[in-house]
Design a protein around this ligand. Sequence first.
Ligand code: URA
Length: 244
Amino acid sequence: MQLQDILYSQGFGTRRVCAGLIQQGLVTVSGEVVSEADRSFDPSGLNFTVQGVAWTYHQPAYLMLYKPAGTECSQKPSTYPSIYTLLPSPLRLRPQKGPVQGVQAVGRLDQDTTGLLLLTDDGKFIHRLSSPKHHVPKVYDVTTKHPVNVGQIERLLSGVVLDDDPHPVRAAACEATGTHQLRLTLTEGKYHQVKRMVAAVSNRVDGLHRSRIGELSLPPDMSPGQWRWLRPEDLRAVGYAAAR
Ligand code: URA
């Protein structure tokens, strides 16, 4: 694949801009300046720098973000900064494959929710992980306003009715992890689902953190606001690689 096409595919600008960057000597591959835009490389796992920014070729892009509180999962946020501002610009500018440019969040978390969020430019991945049909479990650590009790846990497990749907929704798993803490596993993703389920059992969510999707946990060494690429084993952990 030509170097200009590699840069273009990774979000470093139009083909013309990418060719210009290379011709100006601003691109290195495996440590050496390459100034011929049409020189070919095997892109798989290729390491290069663009104006000093180190990059590894990824196609498609799959990543995780530790979403901090006070950020919106929208490209056009209304009140808080967008999570997309936490990503380097090439991830936001990757050429359009689906209806939108760049990587997209797989589902949304509320502005005050923290934790594991996946992003990709692979539409099939978004569909598979968001589809209620596939029942990918998501684990939430909830801090409640009032003490949790056995009755609340039983009701969350047996099913509660939310205002917009006569069919009860139930937690796939639910346990108390403290006097004011619950760990709740859901296999669907209705709007404000955790908050509404907890309200339906007469308690209230004071803090919400997503710690796991499928078998993929938020790594303990990540801090709010950080992102990293997903590895093949991470994709398997969310049940994707086997399905591709
Ligand atoms: N349920 C909620 O209520 N909010 C979230 O952010 C995620 C799940």
